[in-house]
Write a protein that binds this ligand. Sequence first.
Ligand code: NAD
Ligand code: MG
Length: 334
Amino acid sequence: MASIYYDDDADPAVISGRRVAVIGYGSQGHAHALNLRESGVEVKVGLRETSRRRIEAEGEGLSVGSVAEVSEWANVVMVLVPDQHAADLYAAEIAPHLQDGDALMFAHGFNIHFGEINPDDGLDVLMVAPKGPGHLVRRTYTEGSGVPCLLALYQDATGGARELGLSYAWAIGGTRAGVLETTFKEETETDLFGEQVILCGGLSELIKASYETLVEAGYQPESAYFETLHELKLIVDLLYEGGLTWMRYSVSDTAEWGDYSTGPRIITDDTRQVMKDVLADIQSGSFARQWMDEARSGAQRLLATRARERSHEVEQVGARLRELMPFLTPKAPD
Ligand code: NAD
Ligand code: MG
């Protein structure tokens, strides 16, 4: 079994003795910066001069500077910008301001594992990756709990990288929930596989395909929406609480029998083979190369696909229905 670390395994004094620059103030960045500060850590936020996020961070009373300025000031730099922009930003504005003994940190292994960033030998290079979105990292911290984190070491130049990582994880609330040690390779490859095959890619296509099947067969779009998207949350909550067994115990016997008899007709041997192919593309670096090519050439396909997907009928119907649900605050991107 893997080792899991908790509060008692972390020394708060380690991170309290450092100066931490959090680069980026998005989903993860705002949560790390605010949690670190409330844990008594000296922190500054690095953003572009033109960033809309500056007002938000300054509004919270955080000290904000350019990426170069805060990297110069800090001896721990946590990079929380979109993965596809991190390497260019690192080369231009972070690397020139790091010294031997400083720590370079990430919340995902993409850039280090695929060689987009090649840090100097004198740096500690490590990852503390919360296994949840930043808004949950922030909310659970304020409630006194935390989100579980992964810890991985790539380079331990000082001999203190693990202690630093555990102390950082303590400061953002991670050791309250448990910190699992892994490697950059394992975190990166399993994270990409999960988001492509089930959490985002597989699930989105299952939703659209099942919605379209019902609507094309003449059922009301509203019924199709509830059945193929809305109810997912209830099922996922059961899975989260007690795994497959608890979910199957909680649904009707009819639903349970349909699960066993029909599930394997949806996920076939062909689908399983495709999962293996997807994993091979991730492991070989082929997916990472294609994504970085796309991002560096202007991300036109990403933007076009995003626009097309947002106009899918299930999104129109869903937006209308969610407006009518008193128990939820409808969310939309800005
Ligand atoms: P995000 O898109 O929410 O925020 C990115 C931030 O970086 C924004 O504040 C943006 O203004 C800033 N930024 C973008 N380009 C910049 C540049 N060139 N210079 C300076 N600042 C710039 O990103 P995120 O989702 O918080 O992801 C950050 C990291 O955390 C990634 O490595 C991601 O893989 C990892 N991560 C994210 C999640 C999640 O649920 N969102 C979970 C675990 C790990
Ligand atoms: Mg420095």
